[in-house]
Write a protein that binds this ligand. Structure first.
Ligand code: AMP
Ligand code: MG
Length: 337
């Protein structure tokens, strides 16, 4: 028998530490002009440092476990990236409060390059919602454990999301158990169980979607909302904070409608969030109603888009999504993009 609670503690600790690193970089490096200058260095530094911290934690506690992370240290090893690499090492040292050399940090980052196959592996998005991070808005550190193609553990660190009287929320779920949230920065804070909202009719729902129109078809979702009789404005928020929003009843629907036929969703963008919504009593599928299928490597090859809901309204939402997609396929010129 695996010690699931022990594994969860390891994941919570790792995500909290990585979230702290990301918050420090966001506060110190992201300036109002960062976006205009198209300067991606803050997100690059935080991305690599976050992956290093999570991989180091997993290596120490669960040395045999593969990690499928979004980043690879290959780019950092190139000499032109020396300054960036030094900044990453500095952030990791600061978080660990001890001296570590560059090669150790790069090795940790590369531990996250495992292949997404086999009976058991972790998947990590060291910063999900990089655009939100650069805007000084929402982002998440997302870590999940996949066994035999099923997500069995998921943790989401959301450094800028309010929780209780403060800012920073840490969501967690084990398969078959209740989802929880706790304040992100307080190691001693007790988790509180969360559940999706009780909602009978989709017309009463608030739906959330990406801020970025390239990541989700916003005109399509506006049509879905119209078909469902939803009058409330969409709640636009970056990253897997959308799954968290549905899980704790800030919203009842998360729509991620494909913008391109050839895009394949990445496992680290969905694994943790999907489990947290399901553990909170909600439902998650792709836009065609298929379960998200984590048995095809790094991408959700057999799925298109995502629909997550508070549960009871799921089929009603899927019908509206299907109708909106049929309309836009029949009249592509009228679907404003
Ligand atoms: P969000 O914060 O929900 O807008 O999603 C951020 C994630 O969108 C990133 O982690 C990317 O992996 C992913 N992404 C990038 N391009 C696309 C696309 N064309 N469609 C859907 N997701 C995308
Ligand atoms: Mg991501």
């Amino acid at each position: 028998m695996r010690d699931r609670n022990g594994e969860l503690d390891v994941a919570l600790h790792a995500v909290r530490a990585a979230s702290r690193v990301c918050r420090a970089v966001q506060q110190r490096m992201v300036r109002p002009e960062t976006l205009q200058k198209r300067d991606k260095s803050p997100v690059t530094v935080a991305d690599f440092a976050s992956q290093a911290i999570v991989c180091a934690s997993l290596e120490a506690a669960l040395p045999g476990d593969p990690v499928v992370g979004e980043e690879s240290a290959k780019a950092l090893r190139e000499s032109a990236q020396a300054a960036l690499s030094a900044a990453v090492v500095e952030r990791v040292r600061e978080e660990l409060a001890r001296d570590v050399d560059e090669s150790t940090v790069l090795t940790w980052i590369d531990r996250g390059n495992a292949e997404a196959r086999g009976p058991r592996y972790w998947t990590l998005d060291p910063i999900d919602g990089t655009k939100g991070f650069l805007r000084g808005e929402q982002f998440a550190v997302a870590l999940a454990l996949i066994e035999d193609g099923e997500v069995v553990l998921g943790v989401l660190g959301c450094p800028s999301l309010p929780e209780g009287t403060g800012v920073g929320a840490l969501f967690a779920a084990l398969r078959g158990e209740a989802a929880t949230v706790r304040p992100l920065w307080d190691e001693n804070a007790a988790p509180r169980p969360i559940t999706v909202g009780r909602i009978e009719r989709a017309s009463e729902a608030r739906f959330c979607e990406s801020v970025e129109s390239e990541h989700s078809d916003q005109s399509g979702s506006a049509r879905v909302a119209e078909l469902l009789g939803i009058r409330r404005e969409p709640y636009r928020i970056d990253s897997q904070c959308k799954y968290a929003a549905v899980a704790r009843d800030d919203a009842s629907i998360y729509l991620r409608l494909p913008t391109r036929a050839d895009y394949r969703e990445k496992i680290w963008d969905h694994a943790a969030g999907k489990l947290i919504v399901e553990a909170a009593g909600g439902r998650v599928s792709d836009v065609d109603g298929r379960p998200l299928d984590f048995t095809h490597g790094r991408t959700l090859d057999l799925n298109r888009g995502v629909v997550a809901t508070a549960g009871g309204i799921h089929d009603e939402v899927l019908r509206a999504v299907r109708r909106a997609r049929e309309e836009s396929a029949a009249h592509p010129e009228s679907a404003a993009r």
